[in-house]
Design a protein around this ligand. Structure first.
Ligand code: OFO
Length: 171
């Protein structure tokens, strides 16, 4: 059985995952109307779906452990960006915040001596290492490319492969 404190904290994480999903959905919608960024568009939409999956995992876990997962209200995310680089910077900052939040949940699980939740959270810890790493790699590439159109073309072409290759690389 989840403690009230643990349940509230996990419900807080549902909100964060839902906000992430919305934020990346908005990035995808923005990217879709920029000419020539089909790969980036797909990347954001896929990423949004992944965040929704993270949220659903939490909902099922809370409910299966005798708690009640509450579905939160959401604020409208940022809808437009100055550039592709700007959107990816936001993505990285967002992922860093998510990691901090997951670490906070791990602290609470230990304080509550809730080892089942602690174990459950390890999946998120590993996922955040990967997501932050991927976001940093993409930001570094965009820094290098700057405004070079050829570079941006290749970035857009390669982004889906980069994402998938990085996801399968052992840490
Ligand atoms: Fe990328 O954040 Fe979920 O966990």
């Amino acid at each position: 059985m989840l403690s009230k404190r643990m349940q509230d904290a996990l419900n807080g994480q549902i909100l964060i995952e839902a906000q992430s999903s919305q934020a990346y959905l908005a990035m995808g919608s923005w990217a879709e109307i920029q000419p020539g960024f089909d790969g980036v568009t797909q990347f954001f939409f896929r990423h949004s779906d992944e965040e929704r999956m993270h949220m659903l995992k939490l909902i099922h876990f809370i409910n299966e452990r005798g708690g009640f997962a509450s579905v939160p209200a959401l604020e409208q995310p940022n809808l437009s960006f100055n550039s592709i680089r700007h959107a990816f910077k936001e993505l990285l900052h967002h992922e860093i915040k998510v990691s901090e939040s997951i670490n906070g949940l791990v602290d609470i699980a230990l304080e509550e001596r809730d080892y089942a939740t602690h174990n459950f959270l390890q999946w998120y810890v590993a996922e955040q290492i990967e997501e932050e790493r991927l976001a940093r790699v993409l930001n570094d590439k965009l820094e290098m490319i700057g405004d070079d159109k050829g570079g941006l073309y290749l970035f857009d072409r390669d982004i889906l492969q980069v994402g998938m290759a990085d996801k399968s690389t052992p840490q």
